[in-house]
Design a binder for this molecule. Sequence first.
Ligand SMILES: Cc1ncc(COP(=O)(O)O)c(C=O)c1O
Length: 311
Amino acid sequence: MNRNLKIANSMLDLIGEIPLVRLNRIGMETGTEILVKPEFLNPSGSMKDRVAIRMIEEAEKSGRLKAGSRIVESSTGNTGAAMAFVSAVKGYDFTAFVPSDVADVCRMSIMQSFGAGVASFDVDGEFAEFTGRKRCSDIEGSDTGVWWSRQFANEHAVAAHRDTTAREIIEKTDGRLDAFVASIGSGGTLLGVGQALKEYDPKIRVIAVEPASYPMFGPHRRQSIPGISGGIADQLIESGVVDDVVRLDDEAAIAMAHRLAKEEGIFCGISSGANVAASLIVASGFEPGKRIVTCLCDSRDRYFYSEAYIT
Ligand SMILES: Cc1ncc(COP(=O)(O)O)c(C=O)c1O
């Protein structure tokens, strides 16, 4: 989002260039400055707009995506919404495959509002989390007019964060930060930003946040299917950019999202709450005067109907 822009050519011009916001109440006791990046200010409401536009425009450049192509992706919400938004502006047909166990009415309505098709499917069995990716793979394999963006393995998803999110963090802090904290979905944010920050200053600590109930790092790592899983998450683990991992339970993440709204006026979702709660844990191990940066991935309104979120 170029804030000096008077007339944008389309909503795509409003992606990114999001400032950092200082927390003024939460975490004050730590003596560490916590700066949050409200990525929910992106047009479709999450940081995935950066990824969607980059993946789509790289596919256009390579000739893989042409006028009239159909795009498919497996997503529980934000990537689906972002792909639907960019597809709407560019005139592509987009279908999201959403697992029924997490098919939230709000998130599906956002995708549908941008004109996307939403195909919900039942998940069961050992490799349930890969069902959506398998669907995309099958459809792409049987129809040359279909392109699957492969958010979990697409190198341009990582590059989007390396070239935009990380650049903005370095520019907007004048390069003065001590740690970057981010939760992991595909792993794209942490890998892209982590790589760029380590290249800029290897002393900046890069901290991963993951649900205590669903660890990606360590001995209880979740299972994967070769060829469908792997991708960015595996690269992240092997990259060596992650200095530490903070595990949080859902309640701590939800409670922090509530605090952010009430104490800072920041209307963000659950993983954003997790990022800030984890930042406080990281800050407690720092001497005063340090600075932590974290992202607020999406907005809270998309969780209104998730029962667990309403307390
Ligand atoms: C709400 C939310 N938070 C965090 C993440 C993690 O982002 P990444 O995929 O870059 O690891 C995602 C990814 O989908 C997300 O939707």
